[in-house]
Write a protein that binds this ligand. Structure first.
Ligand SMILES: [Ca+2]
Ligand SMILES: [Ca+2]
Length: 238
């Protein structure tokens, strides 16, 4: 290698190392800064919501989610403020989540990726406006309840729950999209009806829903990790 190029590489390496150090310091700094924030748990807030990325009308209360995360997501935003109602950036927030639900299909499951039996504890750090947002995806069709308790520095910020209506190309709710989901989909396509296969929320099942379904089937979309459903079926899914 040309000596100049080599020295350039070393300089780049040194720069990236310095950047990594800076990044590490900047990541560490907010945690310390949180000690300076006189958090007021009564003024702090937790707001459930969705990031909509599906073909259903925006005002619709049904969301389509895919275990691969390329459709709508369930969110929880936590805002931490001090006793003067000013945002607290750099606060570590820990949240205990518990998801439960009832599948619309018999013999099928509901799950949220990354959870074990619907439970997971996540941590995050509030941004410049004092907020941190957690996002979730999963599979199955039915009603999902999200219960949460959010803490910072030992204080409970909020503890509440919200319900979401979900449907997914993972119709069987086993964590992946494959031919078993197609077997669920086809009877609804043939009869032109079925809530769980109506992927564009048009109140009928037709070729437009096929177009919604196929990319997930062709991509064999799945949760990045293993799943442990929180609404297990009494029998194995077909
Ligand atoms: Ca499936
Ligand atoms: Ca439809």
């Amino acid at each position: 290698m040309h000596p100049l190029r080599l020295s350039g590489s070393i300089a780049a390496l040194a720069a990236s190392s310095a950047l990594a150090t800076l990044l590490a310091i900047s990541l560490l700094a907010p945690a310390g800064a949180s000690a300076n924030c006189n958090v007021d748990p009564t003024l702090s807030y937790c707001v459930p919501g969705v990031i909509r990325n599906d073909a259903c009308p925006a005002i619709n209360n049904e969301i389509v989610w895919c275990p691969a995360g390329d459709r709508s997501l369930i969110t929880l935003t936590i805002g931490v403020v001090d006793v003067s109602n000013n945002p607290c950036p750099g606060c570590q927030v820990d949240v205990d989540f518990q998801f439960t639900g009832t599948p619309d299909f018999t013999n099928c499951n509901l799950y949220v990726c990354g959870t074990a039996g619907g439970a997971i504890t996540l941590s995050g750090v509030t941004n410049a406006i004092g907020e941190v947002t957690f996002t979730f995806t999963g599979g199955g069709c039915g009603c999902v309840n999200m219960d949460w308790t959010a803490y910072t520095t030992g204080l409970v910020l909020c503890s509440s729950s919200a319900q979401f209506c979900v449907k997914s190309p993972d119709m069987t709710g086993d964590g992946t999209i494959n031919f078993t989901d197609t077997f669920k989909f086809l009877p609804m396509l043939n009869t032109a009806q079925g809530y769980c296969a109506d992927f564009n929320c048009s109140n009928s099942v037709n070729f437009l829903d096929v177009f919604q379904y196929l990319p997930h089937l062709n991509g064999a979309h799945a949760c990045p990790g293993s799943i442990l459903p929180f609404a297990p079926c009494p029998n194995p899914c077909p």
